[in-house]
Design a binder for this molecule. Structure first.
Ligand code: PLP
Length: 386
């Protein structure tokens, strides 16, 4: 049997990771400013994280959700404390898509309605409801398209009001910062109004923090920059630093009913141990405030590059360590050059946006190294144009 061939693969085989660096099978070292789709939060192979998983493995790695698992309680309490959502409850799953699927289901159970409002260019995952709420028709099958989802432009409160006035919506789902779209942030007045109108109309507000959460933007969740409290928050990626885990944080508004949600693997012992360790490291190493400061530094250095290379960078967006660098059309190749000429991993979006999503433990000297590579790659691309 061979793998079902759906991924575009780079000819690179990582075999080792440490902090913000990975090594391939030929022992080349790479700077990791992507963290494998924003997953690596506390750095590759963090010693306490590795030890926590090893220790748990030597006790018990898995049992089903039909027995007591105090690790789930420990994780819920710690996540409540670190995120400031002590009064919410936590349902654990295995991925971002599942976290969103459960959020959409809960909203529909609660309201008895099925319509969902989502935003242009959104990405919420690939399970049935999550992909239906994703604004990318090429990944929505006819089977998924039976859902009742309407898309409106981000930051356009009039469109939201117009839709919600029909009084048949269960939920609005929105990313804390749109990631796959190329790093676009909902603005504060919009978020405040969105919270107000959803509350007034009894529509569940779901904040998808799968990519923007876990301290990456300088607050635990990106929406916390806007002082609003959604009804449901979803998380995954940075939550397990590579160990698959997803979480749906649920406000006290919702009453759990036995069997209404469920999963075999979600909340298993190993995933909980990994995730508890991530939160402890985030706290001990004060990674949330660092994410903000390091992000400001990266943007400052990128602005210097932009000012001294006119016409190369169109826009720099984002908060903390979730940064989008929109390249002018002639400089799209800078991303490939970073990877193949300078061995720096970055993410892409929409063919002309470079996404920077490094581990929160990235050091200032690694940032300086990336910035120097960025400038050198611009020079390489410029040379290639002559
Ligand atoms: N939501 C957002 C905002 C994401 O960026 C992603 C993945 O990129 C998902 C949901 C889906 O997460 P997963 O791939 O873990 O299912």
């Amino acid at each position: 049997m061979k793998s079902f061939d759906v991924y575009k693969l780079w000819p690179i085989e990582p075999v080792k990771g440490l902090g913000c660096r990975i090594w391939d099978s030929e022992d080349n070292s790479y700077l990791d400013f992507y963290g494998g789709h924003a997953v690596i939060s506390v750095g590759h192979s963090h010693p306490s994280y590795n030890q926590a998983i090893i220790d748990q493995l030597q006790k018990i790695s898995f049992y089903s959700n039909s027995v007591l698992n105090p690790l789930q309680t420990e994780l819920s309490q710690l996540l409540g404390k670190v995120s400031g959502y002590n009064d919410y409850s936590l349902f654990l799953s295995n991925s971002g898509a599942e976290a969103n699927e459960n959020a959409l289901k809960l909203a529909s159970f609660h309201t008895g309605k099925k319509r969902v409002l989502a935003f242009n260019d959104s990405f919420h995952g690939r399970t049935s409801g999550a992909v239906a709420a994703t604004d990318n028709p090429s990944i929505v099958s006819p089977f998924n398209s039976g859902h009742h989802v309407t898309f409106v432009p981000l930051n356009n409160i009039e469109s939201v009001n117009q839709e919600l006035s029909q009084n048949d919506y269960a939920a609005v789902i929105i990313e804390g910062i749109q990631g796959v779209a190329g790093i676009f942030e909902p603005n504060q007045p919009f978020m405040i109004e969105l919270r107000k109108v959803t509350q007034e109309r009894g529509v569940i507000l779901i904040l998808d923090e799968v990519q923007s959460g876990y301290g990456r933007t300088g607050r635990f969740f990106a929406h916390q920059h806007h002082q609003i409290k959604p009804d449901i928050i979803t998380t995954a990626k940075g939550m397990g630093n590579g160990f698959p885990i997803g979480g749906t944080l649920i406000s006290p508004l919702f009453i759990p009913v036995s069997g209404m949600l469920g999963t075999t693997f979600g909340g298993n012992h190993l995933a909980c141990a990994a995730s508890i360790s991530v939160l402890k490291i985030i706290e001990e190493e004060q990674l949330i405030s660092q994410a903000f400061e390091k992000g400001e530094y990266i943007k400052e250095r990128l602005n210097e590059i932009s000012n001294s290379n006119k016409g190369v960078i169109s826009q720099i967006r984002g908060r903390g360590l979730m940064i989008g660098v929109e390249m002018a059309p002639d400089y799209i190749k800078v991303r490939d050059s970073l990877l193949f000429d300078k061995k720096v991993f970055t993410g892409g979006a929409k063919s002309n946006v470079i996404r920077l999503l490094p581990p929160l433990t990235v050091t200032y000297s690694e940032i300086d190294e990336m910035i120097q590579c960025f400038q050198e790659c611009i020079n390489i691309v410029k040379k290639g144009q002559k």
